[in-house]
Write a protein that binds this ligand. Structure first.
Ligand code: ZN
Ligand code: ZN
Length: 370
């Protein structure tokens, strides 16, 4: 199986035709969006797409790579004397495009200024989320990549889990985890792993520091792997490395119950905000409402946070083929935090939990080596 870039571009062309302002072309400058539509793994390059043309605008550094990675599309290479805006103006004029969209989320004000100075034959129109929306629903090949990214992450954490030592620091665990994932075939981490002992685990986005495992019974690890093709996984587990208090057990079991109830509700047509409320309501009824401040989940794939957000303010619905995380948490400042995160595929008749690491409280209790 291999990725079908032509199908993806055909879908984007359909989306262009359906856009509010009738765009006859689009300049794609988001790095992950360009990769999604062409397979090109470099950066600083734009894709120009109209109903009849498809041109990658790049520079001499990427000439050889482009010949290898993007055989089925035209390439315009600029030399040091021209900017990418010059190339854009040339292809827009050549395509006789009148309304050319650009990606507002991936264009700085400065870039927009420079681009509009060069493009004199067409009107530039700001667009948002056109490619990101397509990327929300994964194709079969993408799912094989995401499953591989989950597999690397799960094998990696099993190495960490079975070798936890009381004097190990958060930073040491982070590097061990990354090395283990790479040794199993991962291209690297999906993002900088969060490894937090006790009070550090109470900071939802803490990074690995110098706390040692023995300092506190709660160890939170939020990690993922990436594949050579650029796809990622995103998981969180809490390990209980010492004698847990009743409060730790209650918090853990509340988070897990919230996650499981939310996952149960995921199916095509279900509203993201409703699924969020299932988890949020359960945590609130247990008395921890003010300790869960972030959204319940997010899409992921080529990037670790992609456009579908599962939160109280989301107006979206789940669709078959979407992949999202489910990650409720409870964070008690100065004490500890618990988050449990799994990766979920929305299927025609409900969902499939793609990650299958142990998650029951008893299974979270792990022996540590002295
Ligand atoms: Zn995560
Ligand atoms: Zn996440």
């Amino acid at each position: 199986m291999s990725p079908n870039y032509q199908t993806r571009r055909a879908k984007l062309r359909r989306a262009l035709r359906k856009s509010d302002v009738e765009l006859d072309s689009l300049i794609i400058s988001g790095v992950a969006n360009v990769r999604y539509l062409t397979g090109f793994t470099g950066d600083s390059s734009w894709l120009f797409l109209s109903s009849t043309s498809c041109v990658l605008l790049s520079d001499t550094r990427y000439e050889t790579q482009l010949a290898d990675e993007c055989r089925d599309i035209d390439v315009e290479i600029r030399d040091a004397g021209r900017t990418i805006n010059d190339l854009a103006a040339i292809v827009v004029a050549k395509a006789k495009s009148k309304y050319v969209g650009f990606e507002a989320d991936h264009t700085t004000v400065t870039q927009h200024g420079a681009l509009s100075e060069k493009i004199t034959t067409a009107t530039l129109v700001a667009t948002s989320d056109l490619v990101e929306r397509l990327r929300e629903v994964k194709d079969q090949w993408e799912l094989t990549q995401i499953r591989a990214a989950i597999e690397y992450a799960q094998r990696g954490i099993s190495v960490v889990r079975s070798s936890l030592r009381s004097d190990q620091t958060e930073t040491e665990i982070r590097y061990l985890l990354e090395a283990a994932m790479r040794s199993f075939g991962a291209a690297g981490t999906g993002f900088e792993p969060i490894v937090g002992v006790g009070p550090t685990a109470a900071l939802p986005h803490a990074h690995a520091g110098r706390r040692r495992v023995a300092e506190h019974p709660v160890l939170l690890i939020d990690w993922g792997a990436s594949t050579d093709s650029g796809y990622r996984s995103d998981l969180t587990r809490v390990f209980i490395t010492g004698k847990p208090t009743k409060q730790m057990e209650l918090v853990y079991k509340t988070v897990l119950a919230a996650q499981q109830a939310a996952i149960q509700a995921i199916r095509p047509g279900a509203k993201c905000a409703d699924v969020d409320q299932i988890a949020r309501g359960l945590i609130a009824r247990a008395g921890f409402g003010k300790y869960f401040g972030h959204g319940l989940g997010h899409g992921f794939g080529l990037e670790i946070h992609e456009s579908l957000r599962v939160s109280p303010i989301s107006e979206r619905e789940f669709e078959t083929g979407m992949v999202v995380t489910m990650e409720p948490g409870i964070y008690l400042p100065g004490k500890f935090g618990v988050r449990i995160e799994d990766d979920i595929l929305v299927t025609a008749d409900g969902n499939e939990v793609l990650s299958n690491l142990e998650r029951e409280f008893d299974e979270a209790i792990v022996p540590i080596l002295a």
